[in-house]
Each structure stands twice: as C-alpha cells, then as structure tokens.
Ligand binder design. Structure first.
Ligand code: CTP
Length: 437
C-alpha cells in the first residue's frame, strides 16, 4: 500500500493561482471521462519542499490522447504523440502542461488480469529515477490533493536523501548520474550510500562514457543552466565524472575562479542583459576547459557534437582571451564607442566569459559596462525621424544613425534637442533638400 496523505493546503500555498486553476480544470475533465489524473515527478517533489516549480507534468490513468482531445479551452494549443500516448497543452497565456498515459513497462505474467487502475500508476512511478521524484498527487476532484508515495519518497525528502528505486536505475539510464548530482547539489541533499555505490559502478563500467553526444550535452547544458552550477560541477570532479567524460581535463584554480565569477556576474547582469539566447552554459563549458590543453578542448567540442555556431563561440572564447585582454586593457580602445565597436562583433557569451576569465580589472570593467549598458544604447532619433527630417532612406541614414549612436555612447549628446542640433550642424538643410531630388 502506498503512503497517502492530503497535500491540499500545500498545493494552494506553493502553486501559482494559474497553475492551481489549470490543475482543477484538468482534474475535472479527467473525472468526467472516468479517468484519474495526477501530477507527478519533479513538481510533487518541489511542492513538498515548498519550492516553486514551472513544469506541470500530469499522468492519467486512461488514454492521455483521448483526454487531451477532450480539452476544449479557447486559445489552448494541443499537441499529440499518438504513438507514445502522450501530448502537451499550451494555454493562451503560455502555460504548458505535459500529459502522459500511466505506463507499465512489463507484465508480470502473460495472462495477467486487467489491473486495477492504481497499479498502472505504481508501474509508471517505478520507472523513475529517485524516490523523491517518484511520487504523485491526485488532481481528480474526488481525491484532490492525495499524495501517493509507494517508494518512500516522503521519508527520503525528510532525510534529504537521494535514493534510486532499484539497482538498475543508472544502468537503465546513465544520464541519471548527472541528474542525481545536479539535484543533490541544488537541493542540498546527499546521495544515499547504496545509490552512491551504484553510481560509482556505472562510472567504472563505462556506461556514462558511452552516452551519445546529444544526451550528454543536454545533461551538461541543464547542469550549467542551474542557478548556481558550481557545486554540481565540483561534485562531478570529486566523483571522477569529468575524468571519465573528458580525459585530460584539468580543472585548477583559474577554472574554479572563472566559474564562480560567471555565476556572480550572471546574477548581477541578468536584469540588464537578459538575452544570451540560451548560450550562457557555453561560458561555463569554456571556463571548465580553460586550463586544459588545446587537444582536450577540441575533444570536448567533438564529444558533445556542438553545432557550428556553438563551436565558434567556444573557440572564440578560449582562443581570443589573450588578444581581448590586450585590446581592451590598453589605451587604444578607450572611448565607449570604441569598446562598443569592438565587442559588438563578438557573441555576448564570449564577452561574458572573457569578463570572468580575465584577471585584469580594466578589461572586466569595460566588458561589464558593455553588457549592462552600452550594448543597448540608442539615440532618441530613429531612422523614421530622419526620413521625416528630409533624408532619403538607405545607407546614408544608417551612417548618420551610427555616428549619432557613437556620440550618445560617449555622452557627447544626451538629449533629443542636442541630437537634432548636431544633425542640423553636420548635415545641413540645403544638403538634405538636394538629396531629396
Ligand atoms: N525522470 C527519470 N529519469 C530521467 C529523467 C526524468 O526518471 N533520466 C523522471 C523523474 O521522475 C522526473 C521526471 O521524469 O521527476 C521529469 O523529468 P524532468 O522534468 O527532466 O525533471 P524534474 O525532476 O522535473 O527536475 P527539474 O526540476 O530539473 O526540471
């Protein structure tokens, strides 16, 4: 029998009002079709820890595709994977819910009777990685908020322990080694002794080393996208994961310092520079490889099957650091417009990496001022204003705007009036009028 308990109050406290509303709606829908629906996995864990969770994962006992087809909400986009009996909902406000059919991986004997419904949920949960991720909470109205815990997830949450459900967990899916470490460090838990032993034998048996580049990359990307990736990266070093993944990788003081600074800088500038287009993790990867031999660095790029754009960012970051320090640390690039001109040619992720990797404070200060301020400096006047003032659209406008921006960057022009006066002085009216004909 599973441990059950009612988490109604926690759902109310921890979910956002919108998440709450959506779950109530989905639960009612399931019940009207004679199905049962549950939230499962990470969201249950996070609710019980009082942490916010973005992902809504729902499992239904019944066919998820039929369930999804019955959803009738204005503006709600439904995608289906009939073959896997899964799908997702994207509500008009962007809220996403993944829905799966409670899956059984095996039958105990060939002529097994059709199982009572909760058994398929039990099997679905048993396929999962750690006990704390293998709990469900009912969202059907007649049992709303009931926790279903077959494997001691709640006990392990209280003990702050990560424990696999069975001895083949890492063999079934070696990415769980990295997931486990990530979760352990994020939640400040510890891997239980037997789990740690199984993790080591997965490493020794070469299972992690055999992961495809794509899967490995996805796990590392997620790890490096954590709010504070350093503890997980350090733990991976302690457990010997890096030696197995990237033989020859050298993680010394410079790498550690760079990784720590990256986290700090990212937290500091994320409001001002919100868009690294999802490439931030590459700055951490470059930091990890900063002290390693070039052959090891290239082996990492190959092993992770990085896309050409990602490779370019990595190579520019690692190879260009010394030159950037010279260029940005000297007396040639002094004006804001010069710093802007230099850095706009490179990826902001590379700039971020350089700012963390350099020991030269002037270089760091200049890059951070670019990322937080300079890169989004614009003149008050736009191209449209210039056309209204009489200039012909085309390259000339581009040239004027670029000169104008440089003056704004250098704070030579600060107000709209100053900009208009500057244009009138430098691009006289007669010239504008002749240009019109
Ligand atoms: N899962 C698993 N084995 C994996 C990946 C996922 O068993 N290799 C299960 C876990 O039950 C997990 C759920 O699938 O809780 C959802 O996976 P995912 O969304 O990737 O992870 P979360 O646990 O939600 O963690 P996060 O907070 O990092 O998103």
């Amino acid at each position: 029998m599973p441990w059950t308990d009612n988490l109604e109050h926690l759902l109310k406290e921890t979910l956002t009002p919108r998440q709450y509303e959506i779950l109530i709606y989905l639960g009612k829908e399931a019940q009207s079709l004679g199905m049962k629906a549950y939230i499962v996995g990470g969201i249950v864990r996070d609710i019980m820890l009082g942490r916010e969770s973005l992902d809504l994962d729902v499992v239904v006992e019944g066919n998820a595709v039929d369930f999804l087809k019955s959803i009738n909400q204005e503006g709600c986009h439904i995608s289906l994977h009939e073959r896997y009996k899964t799908g997702s909902l994207i509500f008009s406000d962007g809220m996403k819910v993944d829905v799966a059919t409670a899956r059984r991986e095996f039958y105990e004997y060939p002529l097994a009777q059709p199982r009572v419904s909760s058994d398929s949920l039990k099997h679905d949960l048993y396929r999962r990685d750690f006990t704390i991720n293998a709990m469900a909470v009912s969202i059907t109205p007649d049992s709303w908020g009931t926790l279903i815990d077959y494997f001691g997830g709640r006990r392990d949450l209280n003990k702050k322990t990560l424990k696999v459900l069975h001895n083949l967990s890492f063999v079934e899916d070696p990415t769980r080694v990295i997931r486990g470490i990530r979760l352990e460090q994020r939640l400040n838990f510890h891997l239980e002794d037997n789990t740690l032993r199984l993790l080591h034998s997965c490493l020794k048996g070469g299972l992690l080393a055999r992961l495809s580049g794509y899967r490995l990359r996805s796990e590392l990307e997620l790890t490096m996208q954590e709010k504070a990736p350093f503890p997980a990266l350090k733990r991976m070093a302690e457990l010997g994961v890096w030696d197995i993944l990237f033989p020859g990788l050298r993680i010394g003081k410079t790498a550690v310092r760079t990784i720590r600074r990256l986290s700090a800088f990212l937290a500091r500038i994320s409001r001002d520079f919100p868009d690294f287009r999802g490439y931030e993790w590459l700055a951490f990867l470059a930091a990890l490889a900063i002290e390693s031999h070039e052959t090891v660095q290239f082996a990492i790029l190959d092993r992770l099957s990085l896309a050409p754009r990602e490779r370019d960012i990595m190579v520019q970051s690692l190879d260009g650091l010394r030159a950037a320090e010279q260029d940005l640390g000297g007396r040639t690039l002094v004006k804001n417009s010069e710093i802007y001109g230099y850095l706009r040619e490179i990826s902001p992720v590379t700039a971020l990496f350089w700012s963390a990797a350099t020991e030269r404070w002037r270089v760091r200060r200049r890059i951070l001022s670019y990322l937080t301020r300079l890169y989004r400096t614009k003149s008050h006047l736009t191209g449209r204003d210039l056309i209204e003032m009489g200039y012909r659209g085309g390259p000339q406008i581009g040239e004027i705007l670029s000169q104008l921006r440089d003056r704004c960057l250098n704070e030579e022009l600060t107000t709209l009036e100053e900009e208009v006066a500057w244009i009138k002085n430098n691009f006289p009216l007669e010239l504008r009028q002749t240009k019109r004909h």
